[in-house]
Design a protein. Structure first.
Length: 265
């Protein structure tokens, strides 16, 4: 899953693909690099980010989704808003990736149920401006799996088919570095929920701190792709359904290595 951020303020590449033309061009480039799905988002969810208005989010994503769909791309819309999800599906998106898992908008479950499209349910404890204050767990793996199970049960009760659901442990969302490493080390526990698992660790800050002295400034996002590819290997070995990445080429190569090793067993 290749990331197409149509935003001016995303943590990794904010502003680089902000215009519709740039977003489309970037999406086509990611397809050439081997992306199976393009995840188009118009609202930054980096820590501390303020919310974008619904009108602005629609203005950003709909033209990009519509044009990429003309190129037969499989498109996911990265949104927490039901209205954006509905219009994105009409424009050509075939999947909804909601970092709030349907918690941010009470109408999301109904939209996804009616559209009958795959729905990514991420572990979430609040919006970007407050989420890091909620990074407290008794056991992060147990707690995340339990909270994801609760979301799945609630969504199914609201009419979403279990076969539509994909779970995401939410790396970097209400998680400190140690929480992220624990989840990455125990993806088998997330897999045990019995649903496809999406891993979205790409360029996250905990990767940027690797090899940096205590108190030092993390590596910039663009210098975290090798570490991201390593997480893709871990995800692949754990049987993850997909990885969501900014640099597609390096993770495609990483997953080819995993596939070759698995085939040789």
């Amino acid at each position: 899953m290749g990331v197409v951020n149509v935003t001016p303020d995303s943590f990794s590449d904010g502003g680089m693909w902000f215009t519709p033309e740039a977003g489309v061009a970037h999406g086509l480039e990611l397809l050439e690099q081997g992306a199976d799905i393009l995840d188009v988002g118009g609202e930054s969810t980096r820590p501390g980010a303020e919310r974008t208005s619904e009108e602005e989010e629609l203005r950003r994503v709909i033209p990009v989704i519509r044009e990429l769909s003309r190129h037969k791309a499989r498109i996911s819309v990265d949104t927490m808003r039901a209205a954006v999800a509905a219009q994105a599906v009409e424009a050509g998106a075939s999947m909804v990736n909601d970092v709030s898992g349907g918690l941010a908008d009470a109408d999301m479950a109904g939209v996804v149920a009616a559209a009958k499209v795959p729905f990514v349910v991420m572990h979430w404890r609040g919006h970007s401006d407050t989420m890091q204050h909620r990074a407290s767990y008794d056991d992060v793996v147990v707690d995340v799996c339990r909270e994801l199970s609760e979301r799945v049960a609630d969504l199914c009760a609201r009419g979403v088919g279990r076969d539509q659901l994909i779970v995401d442990p939410g790396f970097g969302f209400a998680k400190l570095a140690g929480h992220n490493w624990s989840l990455l080390a125990h993806l088998d526990a997330v897999q045990s929920l019995g649903l496809p698992v999406l891993v979205g660790a790409s360029r996250k800050t905990f990767l940027g701190r690797l090899g940096v002295p205590e108190g030092g400034k993390p590596l910039p996002p663009a210098q975290r792709d090798a570490a991201t590819a390593a997480t893709s290997v871990i995800a692949g070995l754990a049987g993850a359904w997909a990885v969501r990445v900014h640099d597609v080429a390096s993770s495609v190569d990483a997953l080819r290595v995993v596939a070759a090793v698995e085939a040789a067993r």
